[in-house]
Ligand binder design. Structure first.
Ligand code: 1QQ
Length: 384
């Protein structure tokens, strides 16, 4: 650069009339549950995003622009998710939003992003129907509809289960959707259900349901729960002498279960996800090492999914020529995202377009292969 221009530029920056760093930031919103029961997931998710963003920025950013994350706590509550989405979209003027943590919140808040033509990208929403909201709604979390049939059939093949009892939360979008999909998978595989019991968010005593289940002599308990209830359910089952395997959904696939149900209480829990800490691909090995180095703890599938999601968004952003016109830039990012193919910590990834209730093309789901794992002595072990 010519030296007089350099001086002019420097004085403009000093005078505050031009901010090179700010002008070049790509502002991305992150709305996750960082307090309340779902914070068990939210913090892992936040860590994954921040790790990926720091890697991308350290490597020079996106076409020279740095990613700046605006972090908001949606508390795992749908009203709060709506508030936070509005703040990020209209006040912070983010280019896109990652989150929210729960499908329950996504179902409430994603329509705000859709109406504002701003991408809402979930990394942990697995219930049916989320991406039917519209074409600005994306997720890289594989749905319960895709994973649960594989979990059930693997457990059936390896455990020889003939009949199961079902326990699920009946007041949450994800736990209800998990129930629907478990029910369908069990019917498809002709596994009879000996009892179906329910609970609600915030419940702490599950002994009545577990005792009833015990009296029907199932070979396993199929559980659609979030950790806040799923942890105590496993503890109380073991206290009642129920040593049966549990077959869980996405909510039970977190290392936090080993804290919530310590020792043998968390043994024999079957779950499915594209990610496993023992999947020794170069991408995953690099992710696990980088995560451990930064956070001094092991990652889980929730951090792996958010880590990959940030890299997926970065791939799309590389193709977008940002103009500074927010509406145009938001739409250009939306248009670039569906074409991204990425191999990350969770393996090979691409999007597949979902349909809305009228059968018309809507948002985008993940196309990935599930790995089934079973817990033993504080670890998830791959079951083939
Ligand atoms: C959903 C889920 C939860 C387990 C996310 C934390 O899968 O709400 O869809």
């Amino acid at each position: 650069m010519h030296s007089t221009r350099k001086i002019l530029l420097a004085s403009l920056i000093a005078a505050g009339s031009l901010s090179v760093a700010q002008a070049a930031d790509i502002t991305i919103g992150m709305a996750e549950a960082l307090s309340g029961g779902a914070a068990q997931y939210g913090h892992s998710i936040k860590n994954g995003f921040e790790l990926a963003a720091s890697e991308i920025n350290a490597a020079g950013g996106i076409n020279g622009n740095k990613i700046k994350l605006v972090v908001e706590d949606e508390q795992g509550k749908k009203e709060e998710a709506i508030n936070v989405f509005k703040k990020l979209i209209f006040q912070d003027k983010v280019l896109m939003i990652f989150g929210p943590t729960l499908s329950n919140s996504a179902q409430a808040a994603d329509p705000i992003a859709q109406a504002a033509k701003t991408v809402a990208f979930g990394t942990s929403n697995t219930a049916d129907g989320i991406t039917s909201i519209g074409n600005y709604v994306f997720r890289n979390s594989v749905t319960e509809a895709d994973v649960l049939p594989v979990t059930i059939s693997t457990a059936q093949r390896k455990l020889g289960i003939k009949k199961v009892a079902v326990l699920y939360g009946n007041d949450d979008v994800f736990t209800k959707s998990g129930y629907d999909n478990f029910k369908k998978a069990l019917a498809d595989l002709k596994v009879p259900v000996t009892a179906t019991e329910t609970f609600a968010k915030g419940d702490v005593d599950f002994k009545a349901q577990l005792t009833k289940i015990q009296s029907t002599h199932p070979d396993a308990i199929v559980l659609s729960a979030l950790l806040a209830e799923g942890g105590p359910i496993m503890v109380q089952a073991r206290q009642l002498g129920i040593k049966l395997p549990f077959i869980g959904g996405n909510g039970m696939n977190s290392v936090k279960i080993f804290d919530l149900a310590p020792g043998a209480a968390s043994n024999d829990l079957w779950v499915g996800s594209p990610w496993s800490i023992d999947n020794n691909t170069p991408e995953n090995t690099k992710f696990v090492a980088a995560y451990k180095a930064k956070y001094n703890t092991a990652p889980d599938q929730f951090s792996a999914q958010s880590y990959d999601a940030m890299h997926i968004a970065a791939q799309a952003l590389k193709k977008v020529k940002l103009t500074g016109n927010l509406a145009a830039d938001r739409t250009a990012l939306r248009d670039a995202l569906p074409n991204v193919k990425w191999t990350g910590a969770t393996g090979a990834f691409e999007f597949t377009q979902a349909k809305n209730r009228a059968g018309k093309p809507a948002g985008y789901d993940a196309k990935q292969t599930a790995i089934i794992s079973m817990t033993h002595d504080g670890k998830y072990i791959i079951e083939k």
